[in-house]
Design a protein around this ligand. Structure first.
Ligand SMILES: [Zn+2]
Length: 144
């Protein structure tokens, strides 16, 4: 399982909230793409948001080259998906969404939507055994 065009797919949407480092207030869910840019103080970022409470500006950059595909052998563990370089705000509550592909042995990859942390394919459309993804979890970890 991986983003539709593989790891570092520039069109992959990443949904998560950002919590202000200064006042602790969290934003609503944000959607960030690697191929979308905004400029702030002459620098390029993938996302920028101002804290509603204290007006602190938070920036997010997506750094490619860190993701790996999630395989059946990874069940029960986590694999890295994307590196987020955040300043001013800390990401939390990663939410799975569309934009994924699921590859099963000796079959065509299918596009899957992982909203609600699961996907249930149809045996008729997708073949036997029925493709299924469930109980997937995302998290953010701090890298040194
Ligand atoms: Zn704040």
């Amino acid at each position: 399982m991986a983003p539709r065009k593989g790891v570092d797919d520039p069109n992959m949407p990443y949904f998560f909230k950002l919590r202000c480092e200064r006042c602790g207030v969290a934003t609503k869910e944000q959607c960030v793409y690697m191929n979308e840019y905004v400029y702030h103080n002459g620098k390029r970022f993938n996302h920028i948001i101002k804290c509603k409470e204290c007006k602190r500006v938070g920036t997010v950059e997506l750094i490619s080259g860190f993701g790996t595909e999630f395989t059946i052998a990874d069940s029960g563990t986590y694999v890295p998906l994307m590196m987020f370089k955040c300043d001013g705000m800390v990401p939390e509550d990663y939410a799975f969404n569309g934009g994924w592909k699921l590859k099963m042995e000796s079959r065509e990859a299918i596009e899957v939507n992982l909203v609600n942390n699961e996907f249930e394919g149809s045996q008729q459309e997708n073949g036997d055994p029925q493709p299924m993804v469930n109980n997937i979890k995302g998290r953010f970890t701090l890298q040194p």
